[in-house]
Design a protein around this ligand. Structure first.
Ligand code: MTE
Ligand code: MO
Length: 392
């Protein structure tokens, strides 16, 4: 298996020293480096690549085009040769497997439309109460795509999972430099979720996004996609699946992606990993601090129901008077399990209006609360969305 990753320094050295064509696509300058899918995003960091779309672009369509789909990576994109790629399946199984694309291509294919969202989406809003570290996401770390590939359950059935198995670990082929050494991105999901075979498979091993091969940014050639779970459980550049009776010991499951107010070891160990995402939403238009005239204005945005099977959006409500009166928005886009919807409303604003508020409920009892308790890593911000506007 070939998985080579370049740090920014190595890239610059290599670019000067060797023929660039031997390393990868270079169209479009540095921000495009090593992807080449024509990204139209705001880069929060370029090494590694972390970027989100402008909200007005994000809500242009129910399916998010790849160019407007956020990227969250902890290390440079590994470059993997699909022809030599191998996925290993080990651990508590009767038949350990090594699968190439020739093997995967023989298996039944499934397509699932599902929204992917980072647990850190809207993180920057926590800074109003106390600074939080990490990528400073606004509300664009979310996107809805059509994923195609094989069902994880089909692969696990082929490997014959043993009786005492409880968790499915995923390990990426990226190399993340941390103080304690270089590690891959990883995580796990409960076996029960992996084996779900409702209308939507519990998890997919996807090689395509919106009908094309995954781009390097999104995990080429293969990633897991776990509908209903935070983005961190959908591991890109998947290299290994391991079946265990315990959750994964990888840093990104065992420690990161937890809700803690302190970051002492005791706090990490006492808090459980986040799996499912809660209901969330945002106002995309008008943009923050937009100048509008008193009278009726158009408001639009997105809303994602809680990642529970069968949950759908119940109501989206907008207020132009600090939550005294609420008006119901009109939902658009398909109603599909584990997918967002878009919404729009026409609402009256006056010279007294200094902001618009948005909140939502879903059929599983999920609601966006008025306030979310501050947490040190800035996860799961899903309070009423506020956008300041200037009316005159
Ligand atoms: N191998 C690997 N998988 C990964 C990550 C990563 O850094 N490395 N980031 C995770 C996080 S935190 C999120 S939110 C999603 C983002 O997927 P995207 O970049 O395709 O939008 O990928 C997840 N899978
Ligand atoms: Mo994430």
């Amino acid at each position: 298996m070939e998985a080579v990753s370049f740090s920014r320094r190595q890239w610059l050295v290599a670019a000067g020293a060797v023929a660039i064509t031997s390393i990868g696509p270079t169209r479009g300058g540095f921000a495009e480096q090593l992807d080449g899918s024509g990204k139209d995003l705001i880069f929060r960091t370029i090494d590694p690549r972390n970027a989100e779309p402008e909200l007005s672009k994000l809500v242009q369509s129910w399916i998010t085009p790849v160019k407007h789909f956020y990227v969250r990576s902890h290390a440079p994109n590994p470059m993997i040769d699909r022809d030599h790629y191998q996925l290993t399946v080990e651990g508590l199984v009767r038949n350990p497997l090594t699968l190439t694309f020739a093997d995967l291509d023989q298996m039944p294919r499934h397509s699932v439309t599902a929204t992917l969202t980072c647990a850190g989406n809207r993180r920057a809003e926590f800074n109003q109460e106390g600074e939080v570290g990490g990528v400073q996401w606004e509300a664009g770390a979310i996107g809805n795509a059509r994923w195609s590939g094989v069902a994880l359950s089909d692969v696990l059935n082929r490997a014959e999972v043993l009786e005492n198995a409880k968790h499915v670990w995923f390990e990426g082929l990226d190399e993340i430099e941390r103080d304690d050494g270089v590690i891959p991105f990883g995580g796990s999901i409960p076996l029960e979720k992996a084996m779900e075979d409702g209308k939507v498979p519990g998890a997919l091993l996807a090689d395509q996004m919106n009908g094309r091969d995954l781009s390097p940014d999104h995990g080429y050639p293969l990633r897991s996609v776990v509908p209903g779970y935070i983005g961190a459980r959908s591991v890109k550049w998947l290299g290994k699946i391991f079946i265990s009776d315990k959750p994964s010991p990888n840093h990104y499951l065992e420690t990161a992606y937890k809700i803690v107010t302190n970051t002492e070891p005791i706090d990490w160990s006492e808090s459980g990993p986040i799996y499912r995402y809660p209901i969330n939403g945002a106002i995309a238009m008008p943009a923050a601090n937009a100048q509008v005239q008193p009278g009726m204005i158009d408001v639009s945005g997105y809303v994602l129901p809680t990642g529970r099977a069968g949950a759908t959006v119940q109501r989206v409500l907008i207020s132009a008077d600090d939550g005294v009166n609420w008006q119901e928005a009109k939902l658009t886009g398909e109603v599909s399990e584990y997918c967002w919807q878009l919404w729009n409303a026409r609402i009256a604003v006056t010279a007294q209006t200094d902001k618009l508020l948005m909140r939502a409920t879903d059929t599983s009892g999920g609601f966006m609360p008025q306030r979310v308790e501050w947490n040190a890593k800035g996860y799961l911000q899903n309070s009423w969305y506020k956008v300041p506007i200037k009316v005159s």
